[in-house]
Ligand binder design. Structure first.
Ligand SMILES: NC(=O)c1ccc[n+]([C@@H]2O[C@H](COP(=O)([O-])OP(=O)(O)OC[C@H]3O[C@@H](n4cnc5c(N)ncnc54)[C@H](OP(=O)(O)O)[C@@H]3O)[C@@H](O)[C@H]2O)c1
Length: 258
C-alpha cells in the first residue's frame, strides 16, 4: 500500500537512468509530491509534471550545495518523507592499474560521500518531521568480490555498512534506511556496455522502481538497516564464469578454462 514515504519523495540523481524512471512512475501516484534533484543536467522537459519540483546544479559532495538541498527539502515537506539516492558514477570493468587515481577518487566521492552528505543534511529534517526513509543502491558485486571492479565494489560495501550503522542510530526517530543490492539493470548504459549480456533476464528500471515504490518505501519502519537482494534467474549468470560474461578489454583469453 502506498504511503507518505512513497508519495512525499526526494529523488536524488533524478536524471540517472534509474532515477528518471523513478520520478516518472512515482509522480503517477495519487497525491504524489516529488522533489527531483539532479547534478549537471536538468531533467528532460518530458518529466515536466505539476507534482514534480525539479532542481539541478546540486553537487551532493559539496557542503554548500547540500545546505541548499536541505533548505529545499525543509521548505517542501512538513511531515515524513522518503529519499532515494540514485547517485554514483557508472563503472566500466577494468583493472585497478588501468584506472587513474582521479577516477578512483571520483568513484568514492560520487558513491559514498554523496550518501554521507545527504544523510547528514537531511536527517535533522526527518527527525523534526517525525520520520523518514532512505533508499540507496548497492550492487551484488559486494557479495562476489569480482576482479576489475574494486573502486566501485568497495564503495558499495561502504554504502552497505553505512546503511546498517545509520539504521541503528536513527531507528528511535522513526527513520529507516536500506540498500538494494542490484544485479545488472537493463538501463541504456548497460545495454550499450554489455552488448552480449543476457538482456532478456535483466531487471528493467521500471520493474525496479515499481518494487521501490510499492515494497521498499512502504515497508514498516521496523524493517531497517537491510541490504535487499534483487535478482532474476539468468542462465548465463549461473552457468558461466565472470570472465566468460566479461571479456577482458585487452583481448586476452576470456577464461583460463576455455
Ligand atoms: N545500472 C545498473 O545496472 C546498476 C547496477 C548496480 C548498482 N547501480 C547503482 O544504481 C544507482 C543509479 O544507477 P544508474 O545506472 O541509474 O546511474 P547513472 O545513469 O550512471 O547516473 C548516475 C547519477 O549520479 C549522479 N552523480 C554523480 N556524482 C554526483 C554528485 N557529486 N552529486 C550529485 N549527483 C551525482 C549523476 O549526475 P550527473 O550525470 O549530472 O553528474 C547521475 O545522475 C547508482 O548508485 C549505481 O551505482 C546501478
Amino acid at each position: 500500500m502506498l504511503n507518505e514515504f512513497s508519495k512525499n519523495l526526494v529523488v536524488l540523481g533524478a536524471n540517472s537512468d534509474i532515477g528518471s524512471v523513478l520520478v516518472e512512475r512515482a509522480s503517477q501516484q495519487p497525491d504524489a509530491n516529488i522533489l527531483a534533484v539532479s547534478h549537471q543536467s536538468p531533467l528532460p522537459a518530458s518529466a515536466d509534471r505539476e507534482n514534480v519540483e525539479r532542481h539541478h546544479g546540486i553537487d551532493l559532495s559539496d557542503e554548500s550545495h547540500l545546505n541548499s538541498l536541505a533548505k529545499l527539502v525543509e521548505r517542501k515537506f512538513n511531515g515524513p518523507f522518503g529519499v532515494v539516492h540514485s547517485v554514483g558514477h557508472f563503472w566500466i570493468h577494468k583493472s585497478l592499474v588501468e584506472t587513474s587515481f582521479t577516477e578512483i577518487v571520483a568513484m568514492i566521492k560520487s558513491q559514498v560521500l554523496t550518501l554521507f552528505g545527504v544523510a547528514r543534511f537531511l536527517t535533522p529534517i526527518m527527525i523534526k518531521n517525525k520520520g523518514g526513509r532512505i533508499v540507496t543502491f548497492s550492487c551484488n558485486s559486494v557479495g562476489f568480490n569480482y576482479p576489475d571492479m574494486s573502486p566501485f565494489t568497495a564503495s558499495k560495501a561502504a554504502i552497505e555498512s553505512f546503511v546498517k550503522c545509520y539504521a541503528n542510530e536513527h531507528a528511535e526517530f522513526g527513520i529507516s534506511a536500506c540498500a538494494l543490492a542490484l544485479p545488472t539493470i537493463r538501463t541504456p548504459k548497460v545495454l550499450k556496455e554489455k552488448a552480449n549480456g543476457d538482456h532478456a533476464n535483466y531487471i528493467t528500471p521500471e520493474q525496479l522502481v515499481d518494487f521501490i515504490i510499492n515494497h521498499v518505501l512502504t515497508q514498516p519502519h521496523e524493517v531497517n538497516g537491510n541490504v535487499i537482494k534483487l535478482f532474476k534467474h539468468s542462465p548465463t549468470f549461473y552457468h558461466s564464469s565472470y570472465y566468460d560474461r566479461n571479456p577482458r578489454r585487452d583481448g586476452s583469453p576470456k577464461s583460463k578454462l576455455l
